[in-house]
Design a protein around this ligand. Structure first.
Ligand code: DX5
Ligand code: ZN
Length: 217
């Protein structure tokens, strides 16, 4: 399968939200990644439902919604109504994870589970049959613009092996510090979806950077 690129709006110019979303529409980005932070699970607060609903009206790309919030069960149906296509919860925030991902799928969304850098891949063994994607956090969640954690390559290798051995069709997504210098190696290591924020919006030509992440050149 060709890998996907999910452009993270966190680093976009929110004064020009519409322009940024239209740029993503015209680009080779496959998905649009939205980071939802509650100031409790992570030491930062990002955007909520009004922003998601606004983006949904403009975007032509599936919304890849990454919840960095405690107790995400409370909001699953609201994120569905707001337009999420893929809804990812943090492993560390869920007590009854199987119930959570089953509910996400029952509403017609794809279900993802994100792992913080310190959380071992082996903990996912019994949830793989119930999910569509694993998001390996390659930085500690909460902020854009951080440096990629090198140990992530070992986690990706281990996860890819686990998914392939189990025989399920589960995407591997990476998020944090992704740019054109590490994208090809990440895909070689077994990644399906690259999330990129700062490297896209911090570049002179964001659409061209997305194209390079997609074409790996
Ligand atoms: C970090 C977020 C990321 C963030 C990545 O907590 O989950 O999605 O936007 O940003 P960059 O690409 O700047 O590392
Ligand atoms: Zn994210």
């Amino acid at each position: 399968m060709d890998h996907l690129v999910s452009t993270s709006l966190l680093a976009a110019d929110l004064n020009n939200l519409e322009k940024e979303v239209l740029m993503i529409n015209r680009s080779k980005s496959d998905w649009l990644h939205l980071d939802i932070m509650d100031g409790v699970f992570v030491p930062n607060i990002s955007f909520g439902f009004p922003v998601i609903e606004h983006v949904k009206k403009i975007t032509e790309k599936p919304l890849d919604v990454h919840l960095m919030i405690v107790d995400p069960d409370r909001y699953i149906s609201r994120f569905c109504d707001a337009g999420a296509g893929i809804l990812t919860v943090q492993y560390e925030a869920c007590i009854h994870l199987q119930r959570t991902v089953t509910e996400i799928r029952a509403l017609g969304m794809k279900a993802g589970v994100a792992l913080n850098p310190h959380t071992p891949v082996s903990l996912l063994k019994n949830i793989i049959p119930y999910i569509d994607m694993v998001l390996i956090m390659t930085v500690n969640p909460g902020f854009g613009g951080q440096s990629f954690i090198i140990e992530s390559y070992n986690k990706i290798r281990e996860l890819r092996k686990m998914i392939d051995a189990a025989g399920y069709n589960v995407f591997v997504e990476v998020d944090g510090g992704i740019d054109t210098t590490n994208s090809a190696k990440l895909i070689d290591t077994g990644v399906d979806v690259l999330v990129a924020g700062s490297s896209v919006f911090g570049s002179d030509d964001p659409a061209e950077t997305i194209r390079r992440l997609k074409d790996l050149d």
